[in-house]
Design a protein around this ligand. Sequence first.
Ligand SMILES: CCCC(=O)SCCNC(=O)CCNC(=O)[C@H](O)C(C)(C)COP(=O)(O)OP(=O)(O)OC[C@H]1O[C@@H](n2cnc3c(N)ncnc32)[C@H](O)[C@@H]1OP(=O)(O)O
Length: 311
Amino acid sequence: MVLCALRRELLKSSSSCGSWARLLQRRSSGCVYSSTHDFTQKEVREKLQAFPGGSIDLLKQDSGIAVLTINNPSRMNAFSGSMMVELEEKVSQLENWSDGKGLIVRGAAGTFCSGSDLNAVRALSNPEDGMKMCMFMQNALTRLLRLPLISVALVEGKALGGGAELTTACDFRLMTSDSVIQFVHKHMGLVPGWGGAARLVHIVGSQSALKLLGGALKVDFQYGLHIGLADGVLEASQVQEDAETLLQQAENWLSRYVKGPAPVIQAVKKVAVSGRELPLSDALRTEKDVFGTVWGGPANLQALASKSKHK
Ligand SMILES: CCCC(=O)SCCNC(=O)CCNC(=O)[C@H](O)C(C)(C)COP(=O)(O)OP(=O)(O)OC[C@H]1O[C@@H](n2cnc3c(N)ncnc32)[C@H](O)[C@@H]1OP(=O)(O)O
């Protein structure tokens, strides 16, 4: 039933990126958690705002590549409650970014993210609050992964717990040679709750996912490349402008995938998302619809006129 409804929504949607964004917003609230699951986004937001600290910073660049920075260095970029709310707000802004093509998610001050802020976790440790925080973050990270932008996590230092889960909400992961991704949940008496286990299985397969979760294994860049969790390695230089140099390297890595007009890059991401998430027949029909948005479009006509050869 849900898939039929989703399919109808897709067929109704026009070619504009705004309507795709609205569709995905409706879809995420309809398909993940909404009031039908005793979940009220506004109520959870208010609760989370009671745990302030840090920020989520968004920089949208003329290149069409945005940089999202998890910024709470005094706590190794752990997510406070207000940062969870800000993350959701920044995802909403990116859903409506018609010129966007790519996204880099990184942590401030040389490390990625140490998961949820343990002070907030202690205060929200009753089951009801824990479930609501979990649903809120699943919604936000599902929408992050479904953005019509090609996204990459730039992993420096440590990505622990929820930080490891956040890396899986990007299309790709780039690791520096001294970085570690670790699903430490088992050591905390937990399992991932921000959707990280389900996404991890999609990325590395169930056998490797079970090893990473069951052993709380430290994944360095070599192991990451071996199992397909990492898509590339960046070299941190010893010079002062390290952070910018790494960011530039990540932008260079991403640039080959986001070269071209925004509507075409967004269409590429949309067909990849539908292929990843929908049953084959629905994915095929969605692909046809998305194809219809670029067929005969400016980039297509220009390519035809220039008689391009793909040597
Ligand atoms: C569904 C979500 C599940 C989750 O995410 S549960 C949370 C999982 N994450 C963790 O348990 C991380 C715990 N932290 C650590 O293991 C270590 O702090 C870590 C990240 C390896 C860094 O170690 P060090 O380099 O030795 O630095 P440190 O321990 O002195 O930390 C510097 C300051 O940052 C703080 N910090 C690090 N991670 C935090 C967190 N998640 N929540 C709240 N505060 C956190 C740490 O307490 C310390 O603060 P302070 O300087 O003592 O005031």
